[in-house]
Design a protein around this ligand. Sequence first.
Ligand code: ATR
Length: 273
Amino acid sequence: MTHLTGLIGYPVSHSLSPRIHAYWSAQHKLDADYKLFTTAPARLRQTMLHMRKKNVAGVNITVPHKQTVIEYLDNVDDTATRIGAVNTVINQNGTLIGSNTDAYGFITNLRDGLGDLTAYLKNIVILGAGGATRAAIVALKDAGAGHITLTNRSPEKAQNLADAFQVECLPWSVRNNLLAKATLIINTTSLGMEGQPELSIDVSLLPATAAVHDIVYAPLETELLKNASARGLKTVDGLGMLLYQAQKAFELWHGILPAITPELRAHVMESAV
Ligand code: ATR
């Protein structure tokens, strides 16, 4: 019996996840499939009913369903509850469990790029207040983050997150003033993505020991990372977050922790550009 998995979202057609999961399934000779389920909000309930079938191992959930899917699940684990969003559902004999592998993906990618995080976690500046930001904050707190400052174009979204997670929140207009003491800055906005405006941040204001992380992965090297590298700062791109959140989901569904290798990165980026 084929173990069915996939991605529920709206839209999902540009997702790189099928390519990642197919690569691992072939590597481990699993009879598994990863399908794209384009699901408009009004059809989410019905789609989730189908996910209780025997041959479904589980699904990933993406925009705009990460929060609304919760009402169609039987249980939500601790991490997903704290983040307030589900990106992975596991079907345990007809019982649907909600989890969130984005926090794992985020922090594992950061460790991969920077090694021991202790020094970098002291004074973190996060740009943005979207869905990915929530997972990043939970992961950073679990990793022992010191001070976290959040800044976002829409102040009310930043304030909501700041209240929910007990972090500091400052206006978007003063973002450059936050850099002088930062040990790590993280772009969680969509700025710098292909087709989007650049993020305007003056990396020359950062200390020489600071690191810069961009969760954007298309392009792999954003202007932000390019400027930071040119200054000699350590940088981490966003592809690893995508790969590691997929790695954890694959393990939850199939009981195998697949490897993330340079070959896999190249295979995934082939279709991203
Ligand atoms: P997701 O939930 O997938 O992370 P999102 O909620 O749309 O996506 O978040 C996108 C982030 O990029 C938000 O922080 C958004 O800022 P707003 O909350 O003000 O919308 C940020 N963003 C997008 N375009 C931006 C722009 N032109 N300038 C500044 N921030 C921008």
